[in-house]
Design a protein around this ligand. Structure first.
Ligand SMILES: [Fe+2]
Length: 165
């Protein structure tokens, strides 16, 4: 995570918290849809440009045939994320939201469970790694957008840019 992006994210996050805190101070205030709410998990999901921030998942639609999409989702596409026992990407989730739809539909999860664990085979030994890249095949049926969410064991939740499909 670069200091510049970290600063931008912090300012963006704090601006949202300040708005939400001011709104919360008004008795009877009802939060608008999409409005940042203090202490809600959604306020802890970070976003940035993947070209300068290694935690951001990147969605790529690699094929589309008869309404079936082949979708690759990767963390660390331009800047590799660490993959060690102490610091790793644990999973990537993929969601679909129909055009003008209200709800996010869960497509699935890719989990990564190997971050340098020892592996032995007779006299040989090594370490095993799984890279944070997931491949999905999905047929949403209607137009909409794909979104991905990733989890770093140290730096938390990160969302992708939406991809129209
Ligand atoms: Fe991280």
């Amino acid at each position: 995570m670069s200091d510049t992006n970290n600063g931008l994210n912090r300012r963006k996050f704090m601006a949202g918290v300040a708005v939400a805190a001011a709104a919360a101070a008004v008795p009877g205030h009802a939060f608008a849809v999409g409005e940042a709410k203090p202490d809600m998990l959604s306020s802890k999901i970070q976003s940035a440009d993947f070209k300068s921030e290694k935690h951001v998942p990147v969605i790529s639609v690699t094929d589309k045939k008869d309404g079936v999409l082949t979708v690759s989702v990767e963390v660390g596409k331009d800047i590799p994320h660490p993959n060690t026992l102490e610091h790793y990407i644990a999973w990537i989730d993929l969601y679909f939201v129909p055009e003008n739809g209200k709800f996010a539909h869960y497509v699935g999860r890719a989990e990564f469970s190997s971050h340098g664990e020892p592996v032995s085979a007779g006299k040989e030994s090594g370490k095993m790694f799984s890279s944070p890249v997931g491949l999905f095949r999905v047929a949403p049926g209607v137009p909409g957008k794909l979104y991905a969410l990733s989890y770093c064991n140290i730096h938390g939740l990160w969302e992708s840019a939406p991809v129209a499909v």
